[in-house]
Write a protein that binds this ligand. Structure first.
Ligand SMILES: *[C@@H]1O[C@H](CO)[C@@H](O)[C@H](O)[C@H]1NC(C)=O
Ligand SMILES: *[C@@H]1O[C@H](CO)[C@@H](O)[C@H](O)[C@H]1NC(C)=O
Ligand SMILES: *[C@@H]1O[C@H](CO)[C@@H](O)[C@H](O)[C@H]1NC(C)=O
Ligand SMILES: *[C@@H]1O[C@H](CO)[C@@H](O)[C@H](O)[C@H]1NC(C)=O
Ligand SMILES: *[C@@H]1O[C@H](CO)[C@@H](O)[C@H](O)[C@H]1NC(C)=O
Ligand SMILES: *[C@@H]1O[C@H](CO)[C@@H](O)[C@H](O)[C@H]1NC(C)=O
Ligand SMILES: *[C@@H]1O[C@H](CO)[C@@H](O)[C@H](O)[C@H]1NC(C)=O
Ligand SMILES: *[C@@H]1O[C@H](CO)[C@@H](O)[C@H](O)[C@H]1NC(C)=O
Length: 506
């Protein structure tokens, strides 16, 4: 089986090597806009979209083994091709710098040359079970944690960063952030974008704990990391407070505002503070995981993720014997406080609101990317059969959710970021993680597979009436998330996608 699959791969690579003799490596952003290689043998005929072997920024034999083993067991050749393209996508061209001795790495999000805390956590999530098998891959993740710890120690309110100085790579100008004013101010040689989103900090927590859970190696819990954790608690304290104090002084620890006509993002009302909020025990945020402005500060799914990750944080520092009492007790206190507040203040008629303001207002909707309400089981906040999740899910996947759309070629949940009429395939991946229903899973899976604009990669948003109309040719996280879902199905529902009923575990 292994050799049989190996042969076509080798031939394909040979073909590429010949083709590229003349030039150097193309930018993957350009590469990803056109189909390459021999099409897969299913009805979709999907292209082969991995960069030439000499152009890949990181190689992992453990990753190649999974592609060979699982690729050979997936029954539909089109799905196998999608897995082969998406699973290694992070390593193909996003690792722009890695020095093991320095313990520093720079990972771009795809078509934008910047490192997002949220995206990197997810760009490595599907490799977590390989970390105990591939020491170099583990070293890369450790370097990502260290680099991000350093960023967060200095700028805990920011979500996207420039290359570290060690890399010698030049910072790039964020043209969308021209005219943006942020307080506390940031240095644009380090920070790419300083929108405050609580789930960015959850990203670092998640990457840290999954690394520890897989390796038992606590060496990342160094000075940078401890300093980052301290800053995360500072943000939690500051952003959980009500906007008004008892004398109606307006409290602001952070504010962000654009300049009309100069920056892409809109002005944020109340001089960059957003809508006022009351105290609930949850932690407020300014922008959504899509980087769009929040309508209300308390984003339910981000608080769910924070509650989960703080509990894990307590567990890992205990297990590592780094049990600074401060970290474990603060983490457990906040985790429970957030969870109670979430259940107590965001549910109405058995349904979760997406955003609330702590003063009684609720916004019922869902946005496309993670953390979202649809992804609550994926985040580990509750089980698929939880009645509140089931009832919420039913309305999220219906036209009662203002950001659900269904057209002649595509359907799913979108958001203002790529527009309401362009749902994101990622919302469908979240839906599969939250479903136990075989027919629904297959329909959702093929809604994604049938709509890659013939490019065999997962895009950001796609127009519901024309799937050639999509945004972001190269969105590394979306590719990773899709591959992570295929791994989940291979273990949980092998009969749906594998040639035999035997589960595949990495
Ligand atoms: C990695 O960093 C070390 C320490 O700064 C340096 O000596 C070494 O040359 C670097 N290696 C590479 C490949 O850049
Ligand atoms: C940083 O800001 C300065 C001043 O606005 C600007 O001239 C420069 O181009 C910016 N650099 C980057 C990398 O964005
Ligand atoms: C903006 O935030 C800073 C703290 O970084 C604070 O000192 C200032 O008062 C805030 N301004 C407004 C208008 O909220
Ligand atoms: C990590 O430690 C736990 C508890 O000691 C053990 O059960 C597990 O096998 C270890 N995992 C690895 C990858 O070493
Ligand atoms: C919030 O929830 C917790 C646990 O679910 C409960 O003990 C507490 O009384 C609730 N608080 C309010 C104000 O409803
Ligand atoms: C996907 O496309 C195939 C044809 O290639 C079609 O048979 C199937 O119904 C489509 N599935 C979905 C969910 O769109
Ligand atoms: C579908 O979208 C593509 C890409 O934007 C465009 O070129 C094409 O004309 C559109 N097709 C229709 C029927 O509108
Ligand atoms: C595989 O599993 C499915 C669903 O669990 C079942 O219907 C089918 O009979 C199984 N096939 C074999 C060959 O065991």
């Amino acid at each position: 089986m292994r050799l049989w699959l190996y042969a076509p791969f080798t031939l394909l690579l040979a073909a590429f090597a010949t083709k590229q003799v003349t030039g150097q490596c193309p930018s993957y952003t350009e590469y990803s806009k056109n189909p390459h290689g021999a099409p897969s043998e299913g009805p979709l005929g999907l292209p082969y979209m991995r960069p030439d072997i000499t152009c890949r920024t990181f190689t992992s034999s453990a990753v190649e083994n999974v592609i060979r083993e699982l690729g050979g067991r997936i029954k539909d050749p089109d799905l196998a091709r999608l897995f082969e393209n998406t699973f290694p996508n992070t390593l193909g061209d996003t690792v722009k710098y890695f020095n093991k001795t320095e313990n520093i790495a720079f990972i771009v999000t795809g078509d934008i040359t910047a490192q997002w805390l949220r995206d990197t956590a997810n760009q490595f999530a599907h490799y977590s079970s390989l970390l105990s098998k591939d020491a170099d891959l583990a070293a890369l993740v450790r370097a990502v944690i260290n680099t991000e710890s350093r960023y967060v120690s200095e700028y805990p309110y920011c979500g996207a960063f420039q290359p570290p100085p060690e890399s010698g790579l030049d910072p790039t100008e964020n043209v969308w952030a021209r005219g943006v004013i942020v307080n506390p101010p940031v240095d644009n040689k380090t920070v790419f974008e300083c929108k405050y989103e609580i789930d960015s900090l959850c990203g670092l927590l998640k990457l840290s704990r999954s690394y520890f859970q897989q390796t038992n190696d606590s060496s990342f819990m160094n000075e940078n990391w401890h300093s980052a954790i301290k800053q995360i608690f500072r943000v939690i304290e500051e952003q959980s407070q009500a906007s008004w104090d008892e004398n109606f002084n307006f409290i602001s620890y952070y504010n962000w505002t654009g300049t009309p006509g100069v920056s892409l993002s809109p002005l944020v009302n109340n001089d960059g503070n957003g809508e006022p909020k009351g105290y609930t025990g949850m932690v407020g945020t300014h922008h959504r995981p899509s980087d769009d402005l929040s309508a209300f500060a308390f984003l339910t799914p981000a608080n769910a993720m924070l509650s989960v990750e703080l509990e894990f944080l307590a567990e890992i520092v205990d297990a590592a014997g780094h049990g600074s009492l401060d970290i474990t007790s603060s983490a457990r206190t906040w985790s429970n406080r957030i969870k109670d507040a979430l259940w107590n203040t965001t549910v109405e008629n058995g349904i979760f609101a997406y955003e609330t303001n702590g003063l009684g207002s609720k916004y019922f909707m869902d946005d496309a990317n993670v953390p979202s309400l649809l992804s609550l089981p994926y985040l580990g906040f509750l089980g698929r059969s939880n009645p509140t999740y089931k009832k919420t899910r039913e309305y999220l996947l219906s036209s009662r959710n203002p950001y659900y759309a269904e057209g002649s070629s595509f359907k799913g949940i979108g958001g203002p970021h790529a527009r309401a009429w362009r749902p994101w395939p990622m919302s469908l991946v979240s839906s599969i993680f939250g479903s136990d229903d075989d027919a629904e899973i297959l329909d959702t899976l093929y809604t994604i597979a049938n709509n890659t604009a013939g490019l065999g990669l997962i895009h950001e948003g796609q127009y519901i009436h024309n799937s050639s109309d999509y945004t972001r040719p190269w969105f590394a996280w979306a590719n990773s998330y899709f591959a992570e879902m295929i791994l989940d199905l291979a273990a949980r529902k092998p009969h749906l996608i594998l040639k035999t009923n035997e589960s595949y575990y990495v």
